[in-house]
Write a protein that binds this ligand. Sequence first.
Ligand code: GLU
Length: 416
Amino acid sequence: MSSIFDTIHHRLNQAVEHLDIPEDIFNSLNYPEKTLAVNLIIRRDDRSFANFKAWRCQYDSSRGPTKGGIRFHRSVCMDEVMHLAFLMTIKCAVTGLPFGGAKGGVSVNVKELSEHELERLARAYIKAFASMIGPDQDIPAPDMYTGGAVLAWMADEFDRIHGKKYRAALTGKPLSMNGSQGRTEATGLGGYYVLKKMIESGLCEDKTLKIGFQGFGNVASFCARYLAEDGHHIVAVSDSSACLYNSDGLDVEDLIRFKDERKRFSDYEKDKVDILDPDDVLTADCDILAPAALADQIHGDNADQIKASVILELANTPVTEEAETILQDKGVVVIPDVLANSGGVIVSYFEWVQNRAGDYWEKEHVFERLRQKIEKATADVVNCKEEYKVESLRTAAYILALKQIAEVIMAKNVDN
Ligand code: GLU
């Protein structure tokens, strides 16, 4: 058995053991329903051919059509896609969205592609997986290195293949192509709402907080902006070139402007800002640490040096299982990815709803609905932690999700 299934099995068991539900109800969650692996072949601008491995995994569809982004990254592999599809299954259940979980991926370094090559790759992906996709079947969305432009090509290709105007087959589309207001801010804003609600629930002291962000892309920059507007101090941020540190707080708007110009933090020269090694962000002196980059960043070798008392998982699986045990022993609270970064898929759901109704909402309305939905999910996880007397918020989130999934499986399979 490969290690991702060990992890999935372990995570499931940690929750299942607290539930008064026969274990075999969850057997189907130990392995994905369907995974398709393909080889995409495109023409380069110089007319040579290039090929890329690509996958789409529909992990579990008990609760509805499957939902999840498509990741373009050099390190993507089938195991990662299946693991992320599993997480989407849990994420949609925790937040009460009427979806199962899916994920897609292409093993590619987008920085090595021209814009035209990227478009050909996006269209080739949809051509290969078109039979799996649809508004009532499986609804892709953005993920790492696939933003609105890539989704626009994908949605257009899907319509072209079917000869119809499907609006709700993909989400995260640009506004001009029936996207939703607020989808760009959604994940970062959602993380901010989750943290606020956790503070309100007594998770950490209600004071001016010192916060560090590993990674400063779309998600971290919006989350940092909202927290700074509330008066909190963003003391450390990093990209792959450096960590910037100022114990009095960095100027978030200036950092966002700097990153918009596609510059590296190692070139950020400002008074009172220290330029450190990228990994120093993880051990910086702060109350809250928000890893918003890649997986497995906090592991057995560095977990002990974390100074933050709360970790907000804006990335997917930034904390390894080994690290989680160490953090728990140190009393560090981990706000799990399936809740902390669920703002994106929640607003994707709103986009799907708006597309189907043909009725489009104002940004304020999207933000308000996001706040309500994610605050409820946060309160549900906190209550679940108390009710089941479990140590970790992750286990509580999984218990909550598995209860939703079990209910559907049992409703569909009456013993007669
Ligand atoms: N890729 C995002 C995630 O991991 C969003 C998925 C979606 O919008 O469907 O949650």
